[in-house]
Design a protein around this ligand. Structure first.
Ligand code: UFG
Length: 327
């Protein structure tokens, strides 16, 4: 089965491409390489198309040329802070480009769509762990773009019979256990790579954003999910759609949270190195606690967590960053 993976040369897209190949799918990567990396195209990928989702005509041609049966849509801007300062860029890249992709799907009658959504759609939670029935109220433009696409998907399902699974990621982390793939953002804003890179590069100092959250040690709590487990969930979601033809919103997390300071302690345990840091004010839009209930992913998809133990997350990420730092 041929599937199109937009953003397949990015962090989560590349790991999912690898899982798709492992499970016998034929993924075509579509990436404009604005943040995706050639280095992150997994071995065995049969086709890579370099194109921007702005290019409506070019996108339609891809669907006319290939027997695409499903789309996994990862391509997106992901920085919450930047989404405040340049919302237009976010609405263009995340919303308009998604519409272009959906339009090409409608025109060529491709029915299955797996969407990279985010825990950001929930905003400030009033209950932990967060289940899919929790109210949605994003607190930043990035989260709003994700929620708007989810609403569009519901309408397209009703009107055109589009079938989708919207996967709401909590904090993707870790790296491919084979060390072929890993996280490579520029600039890097995420906690775990920033902690590890601060140990590899003396010019990078770790900053802890916010020590006055209402949590046990004052730092924010997140639900870190291994990217390989996340990737496998996409394959399961695709199989679910093919079998049940039922659209769903599904959280991908671990049911467990770690504070920033706990991540530092676990990192010191994994690497044997002390992590120096400075304390800074909170980042705009950061909430105190985000932890998923993953019951639905387990019950509906039969999803299993094989790598999401925090020490495995840190070990695999550490191997990857050491490898790329020495490359
Ligand atoms: N943090 C630091 N120092 C850093 C980086 C992060 O203290 O150098 C803190 C943050 O303030 C936050 C926590 O570590 O409290 C986790 O931050 P990340 O940037 O790693 O992740 P976020 O929870 O902010 O963001 C993630 C995704 C976003 C998504 C969001 C909510 O990266 O795309 O979850 O779903 F919007």
């Amino acid at each position: 089965m041929t599937v199109l993976v937009s953003g397949g040369a990015g962090y989560i897209g590349s790991h999912t491409t690898k899982s798709l190949i492992k499970h016998g799918f034929d993924p075509i990567i579509l990436d404009n390489f604005s943040s995706g990396k050639k280095q992150l195209v997994p071995q065995g990928t049969s086709q890579i198309i370099e194109k921007d989702l702005k290019d409506k005509k070019g996108i339609l041609e891809i669907f006319q040329k290939h027997e695409i049966k499903a789309v996994l849509h990862f391509a997106s801007l992901i920085q919450v802070g930047e989404s405040y300062t340049d919302p237009h860029q976010y609405y263009s890249a995340n919303l308009i480009n998604s519409l272009n992709l959906l339009e090409a799907m409608l025109k060529t009658e491709v029915k299955y769509f797996i969407f990279s959504s985010s825990a950001a759609v929930y905003g400030t939670p009033n209950q932990i762990p967060i289940s899919e029935s929790h109210s949605v109220n994003p607190v930043n433009p990035y989260g709003r773009t994700k929620l708007m696409i989810e609403e569009i998907l519901k309408d397209y399902q009703r009107a055109y019979g589009l079938q989708f699974v919207s996967l709401r990621y909590f904090n993707a982390a870790g790296a491919d256990p084979d060390t072929e793939l890993g996280e490579m953002h520029d600039p890097e804003t995420h906690l775990i790579p920033n902690v590890l890179l601060s140990l590899l590069d003396r010019n990078r100092k770790l900053e802890i954003f916010g020590t006055d959250f209402p949590t046990k040690d004052g730092t924010a709590i997140r639900d870190y999910i291994h990217v390989t487990d996340l990737a496998e969930a996409h394959v399961l979601a695709l199989k679910y759609l093919k079998k049940h033809h039922q659209s769903e919103f599904i959280n991908l997390g671990t049911n467990q949270g770690y504070s920033v300071k706990e991540i530092l302690t676990r990192t010191e345990h994994t690497t044997g190195k002390k992590v120096p840091y400075t304390e800074k004010p909170r980042r705009k839009g950061d909430v105190a606690v985000l932890v998923a209930s993953h019951a639905k992913a387990q019950d509906l998809l039969g999803w299993e967590l094989n790598y999401s133990d925090i020490d495995i997350i840190l070990q695999t990420a550490w191997s990857w960053h050491k490898k790329t730092a020495n490359a």
